[in-house]
Design a protein around this ligand. Structure first.
Ligand code: SF4
Length: 290
C-alpha cells in the first residue's frame, strides 16, 4: 500500500500498529555494533510526501490508535516539523492515542525542555531509547557518541516532560572483560531515572558490523548464553527503580523470555533465571520457553 524504503525496523511492541516513515535511515548511523541502516543515507522526508502516506493509511485504517514513526531516530527532526506531523496525524486519525518513535540521547539533548513538553502535549507519548550500556568505557568502545551522564540527563529530561520511555540494555555488549562494569553501570542508569519500560536484548553482530566493532573493541570476547543469563541475573539484582517499570526480555535474540513488573516481581524473575541457569549449566537450552 505504501512504498516503504527498506530495510524497515520497528520495536516488537509496534507489531500491530501503523508505521509511517518520517525519515530514512539514522541521523547518527555510527554505533559500532549496529548495521541496521548501513545501506541507507539519512534523509528527512518532505512533509507533503508523509501527509500523502497518512492520507492513504487513514483511508484504510481510520480507527488506528497507535502509530510508530520510523526510521532510526525520528526525534532528530526539527520540533516545528514534528509538531506539524503530529497535528496532521491527530486530524487524520480521530481515535489516535499513541505516537512513538526511536530516539537517542543526542536527539533529546538537542531539544529544550519546552520543546519536549510541546511534543508531548501534541501527542508524542513514547520514545524507544537504546541505552545499550551505562558504562563509559563500553560506550566509548561501541562509539555510541554519548556518556553515562548524558544518557541519564536525556532520559530524565524526557521523563520530566511527561514522555514515556521504553529503554533497552544489550546483554553481552561489554564482552567478558567489561561484563561486570557494564551491568553495574547500566543498573546505575536505570535506577537514576523514572523510565516506564525496560527490556534486555542479547548482542548479535551482523557480518557487516563486525569489522568496525572489533576495530574499536579489540579486547572484546563474546559471552555464551549461560554467561548472558548470568549477566541478566546480576542486572536484575541491582535494579531498584523508584517507580513501576514494566520489564520484558522477549526479543528474538533472548535465550530466555521473561516478563514482569519491577520492583514488585524482581524475586520471581530472578528465580526463573536461576532455574534456567541451572539447566543451561547442564548444557540443555531446548526447554527455555517460558
Ligand atoms: S543503534 Fe540506533 S543510534 Fe546507533 S546507529 Fe543504530 S539506529 Fe543509529
Amino acid at each position: 500500500m505504501l512504498n516503504y524504503s527498506y530495510p524497515l525496523f520497528r520495536p516488537p511492541a509496534e507489531a500491530n500498529n501503523l508505521i509511517i516513515q518520517a525519515t530514512y535511515g539514522c541521523s547518527y548511523n555510527n554505533c559500532a555494533f549496529c548495521s541496521m541502516y548501513k545501506t541507507k543515507s539519512y534523509e528527512v522526508r518532505k512533509l507533503e510526501d508523509i501527509f500523502r502516506d497518512i492520507d492513504v493509511l487513514s483511508n484504510h485504517y481510520p480507527d488506528a490508535r497507535k502509530i510508530f514513526l520510523a526510521d532510526g531516530d525520528a526525534l532528530a527532526l526539527k520540533t516545528d516539523y514534528l509538531l506539524k506531523l503530529l497535528q496532521y496525524l491527530k486530524e487524520s486519525f480521530p481515535k489516535l492515542r499513541r505516537v512513538s518513535l526511536y530516539a537517542s540521547a543526542q536527539n533529546i539533548l538537542s531539544k529544550s525542555n519546552q520543546e519536549l513538553e510541546l511534543l508531548r502535549i501534541n501527542g508524542l507519548n513514547l520514545l524507544y531509547y537504546g541505552v545499550e550500556t551505562g558504562s563509559d568505557v563500553v560506550l566509548k568502545k561501541i562509539t555510541k557518541g554519548v556518556n553515562q551522564k548524558q544518557i541519564i540527563d536525556s532520559l530524565n529530561r524526557a521523563c520530566d516532560a511527561g514522555i514515556k520511555i521504553s529503554a533497552t540494555v544489550i546483554l553481552g555488549i561489554g564482552g567478558s572483560k567489561y561484563s561486570e562494569e557494564h551491568i553495574k553501570e547500566s543498573a546505575k542508569v536505570i535506577n537514576a531515572t523514572t523510565l516506564n519500560y525496560l527490556s534486555t536484548l542479547q548482542l548479535g553482530l551482523e557480518e557487516d558490523a563486525k569489522e568496525k566493532f572489533y576495530e574499536n573493541f579489540s579486547d572484546f570476547t563474546m559471552l555464551d548464553d549461560v554467561e548472558l543469563l548470568s549477566e541478566q541475573k546480576n542486572f536484575l539484582e541491582l535494579l531498584n527503580p523508584t517507580n513501576k517499570v514494566i520489564f520484558r526480555s522477549n526479543h528474538a535474540s533472548n535465550a530466555l523470555h521473561l516478563a514482569g513488573n519491577l520492583p514488585r516481581e524482581k524475586d520471581r524473575l530472578i528465580k526463573e533465571l536461576d532455574f534456567a541457569l541451572n539447566i543451561g549449566k547442564r548444557g540443555d537450552f531446548s526447554c527455555f520457553d517460558f
